[in-house]
Design a protein around this ligand. Structure first.
Ligand code: ADP
Ligand code: ZN
Length: 606
């Protein structure tokens, strides 16, 4: 194994800014990173809460290079470890992972390198770290710091409780590790307090970074023909990598087959597939350009691909936390990315039914109901979507200018009169009928069923002639999602009016409806603050091909060679010599040496 250490074992004494530039190839810290790096360098117990893609890894990797000894990185995600280690080695950093998937002898060599002070970062799973054998081998090593990734796993309040995390503090004491730093993207205060209490010696310094991901364009639209809507969306994202989330395995299989039939490189991913196939599909997604993974929620944990350009939800996730986590997989590299979700009244109703049918306590049910309401609020939001989203995480903000609502794609109008007509149809038919029948009544269509019940002679008959069926369906859906009326499962799904519906009917409350924009178009996604928008597209494509062949040679994912952002800048600024190439984003000394010439040659090729 070749660790090719570029950093002296005693620790790199250059200022952080220089290491950032020369080793990582980044010109500046992301917001929040420099404060955290500073605290970590000072030796403080540190807890950092940053959104997915915020750049957590750098906050412990960079300080790890600056001190003698090895930093142990605990992560529950083995796939992620492997990629992080490849990425670090590509930068010339001595890194290794201990895991059961390693070749014979590799773990032993890694322990030895740690003991000799030749290794800077050692990745390990919590289970593995707790093994007596591991502790013994590590006690011979100069361990400078314990970095805990996915720190929310220590908390039962978090969504992935891992009992092993509870023992990390003991391990740390056994190994006499002077400092712990921990990272998570889970923000709620209960989880945060739990982490602070269970992982550290004393009170840690806590850093909370904004949850905003301004480069992700946000859009949501009502589902009318999901597949058509998906195709229209994909037409704007040709050749890009992305994830399409579906609620069930069956829908994943069908959608993946549908896309493959349309000529897309689309692969399914869900827990029902053979392990081998799942791993293979994930691997192709990580390594190749322009692959679409169609997946259930099973996909994503530990998928650390920085250049995912879009996340499309065929079905809604069941709360805002999941939604945010899933769209957060797009645009980690800071370049423009797009998130589009479809929603329908049916699935929201189903979420509500699941809650009511569950065994949970009343208090728990109340929380779950609030979560569904918040999700509906986001779908039906009238103002900036990002504002609604960030507000949910307790973060005030201004209208973002990078969502469908800010882009003006969704208009609203005062729909009180239409709502009253619809609700009156519900009431005057004795709250026993479904939407299609109610629409017949409203539109004055004397079908057999309408005549049979005498609904052609009630006052509401025909009062909604001026609106299309489609409009009425949309109105009922919006009434339903807001809880003014809805189907009653115990009475054959006949629609009933609620207390708030009565208020609307009596004119005590007004209703604004969305003018549904059926031919939605995403606004051109906004570029990252300083990413070039004007670049040579043909050259960019050629650079991607070169990147892929170099990556294949070394058997690493393409982005380990260079990120999209790096290629984009090369295609825009066309550096002609090593010095000019050095100023490109993501180009550090190691990569300059390894790949510089090949890329310069391609850039200057006729
Ligand atoms: P997460 O917070 O989700 O763990 P990562 O640490 O994987 O995020 O970082 C996400 C991406 O951002 C990676 O591709 C990383 O190389 C990139 N990145 C991190 N810090 C910077 C920086 N200062 N400048 C540019 N890119 C950065
Ligand atoms: Zn907005």
């Amino acid at each position: 194994m070749d660790w090719r250490p570029a950093t002296p074992p005693g620790g790199d004494s250059r200022p952080p800014q220089d290491i950032l530039r020369d080793v990582f190839g980044f010109s500046s810290f992301r917001p929040g990173q420099s404060e955290i790096v500073e605290a970590v360098c000072e030796g403080a117990e540190t807890l950092a809460i940053m959104p997915t893609g915020g750049g957590k890894s750098l906050c412990y990797q960079l300080p790890a290079l600056m001190r003698p000894g090895v930093t142990i990185v605990v992560s529950p995600l083995i796939a992620l470890m492997r990629d992080q280690v490849s990425a670090l080695r590509a930068l010339g950093v001595a890194a290794a992972a201990i895991n059961s998937g390693n070749e014979y002898g590799e773990n032993g060599r890694a322990f030895q390198a740690a003991a000799d002070g030749r290794l800077k970062l050692l990745y390990i799973s919590p289970e593995r770290l707790l093994m007596p054998d591991t502790i013994e081998r590590l006690s011979a090593a100069p361990v400078a710091m314990l970095a805990v990734d996915e720190a929310h796993c220590v908390s039962q309040w978090g969504h992935d409780f891992r009992p092993e995390y509870r023992q990390l503090l003991d391990v740390r004491r056994d190994l006499k590790i002077p400092q712990t730093v921990a990272f998570t993207a889970t923000a709620d205060s209960q989880t945060r307090a739990d982490i602070a209490q269970r992982l550290f010696e004393g009170e840690p310094r806590v850093f909370v970074r904004s949850f905003d991901r301004p480069n992700i364009h946000l859009a949501m639209s009502p589902r009318n023909n999901g597949r058509e809507q998906l195709l229209r969306f994909l037409a704007q994202h040709e050749g890009q990598s992305g994830v399409v989330y579906c609620q069930s395995r069956k829908r994943v299989d069908e959608t993946a087959a549908f896309l493959a039939g349309k000529g897309f490189k689309a692969l399914p991913y869900h827990a029902g597939l053979e392990r081998e196939e799942r791993d293979r599909n994930q691997d192709i997604f990580l390594r190749d350009d322009g692959v679409i993974v169609v997946a259930t929620v099973a996909f994503g944990m530990g998928v650390d691909k920085p250049d995912v350009r879009f996340v499309f939800h065929m079905d809604l996730p069941k709360n805002i936390e999941s939604y945010y986590q899933e769209i957060g997989r797009a645009g980690r590299d800071g370049l423009p990315a797009s998130a589009h979700a479809l929603y329908g009244f049916g699935e929201i109703r189903q979420f509500r039914q699941w809650i009511e049918a569950s065994e949970a306590s009343d208090a728990q049910k109340r929380i779950e109901r609030q979560k569904v309401d918040a999700l509906v609020g986001l779908c039906e939001a009238h103002g900036c979507r990002r504002q609604v989203l960030l507000q949910y995480f307790g973060e005030p903000s201004e209208p973002c200018g990078n969502c469908d609502q800010c882009g003006g794609a969704v208009e609203t109008f005062d729909g009180t009169v239409l709502a009253q007509k619809a609700l009156s149809a519900v009431v005057r038919t004795d709250e026993r009928f479904g939407v299609e029948h109610l629409i017949n009544v409203l539109r004055g269509e004397a079908t057999d069923k309408v005549v049979q019940h005498g609904h052609d002679s009630i006052k509401t008959f025909g009062v909604g002639k001026d609106q299309s069926r489609k409009t009425w369906r949309s109105i009922f859906r919006q009434l339903g999602t807001r809880g003014h009326a809805g189907p009653d499962a115990e009475r054959h799904n006949g629609w009933r009016i609620s207390d708030s519906g009565w208020k609307v009917l009596r004119g005590q409350e007004t209703v604004a409806f969305k003018t549904e924009v059926l031919d939605f178009k995403d606004k051109a996604p906004r570029a990252a603050a300083d990413a070039p928008e004007d670049y040579d597209k043909a050259l960019f494509a050629r650079l991607k091909v070169l990147r892929k062949s170099l990556a294949d040679e070394k058997d690493v994912p393409a982005y380990v060679v260079f990120s999209d952002r790096s290629l984009l800048e090369m295609a825009a600024y066309k550096p002609t010599d090593i010095d000019a190439l050095r100023s490109i984003h993501g180009v550090g000394e190691r990569k300059l040496k390894d790949y510089g010439e090949a890329f310069l040659r391609e850039i200057s090729a006729p």
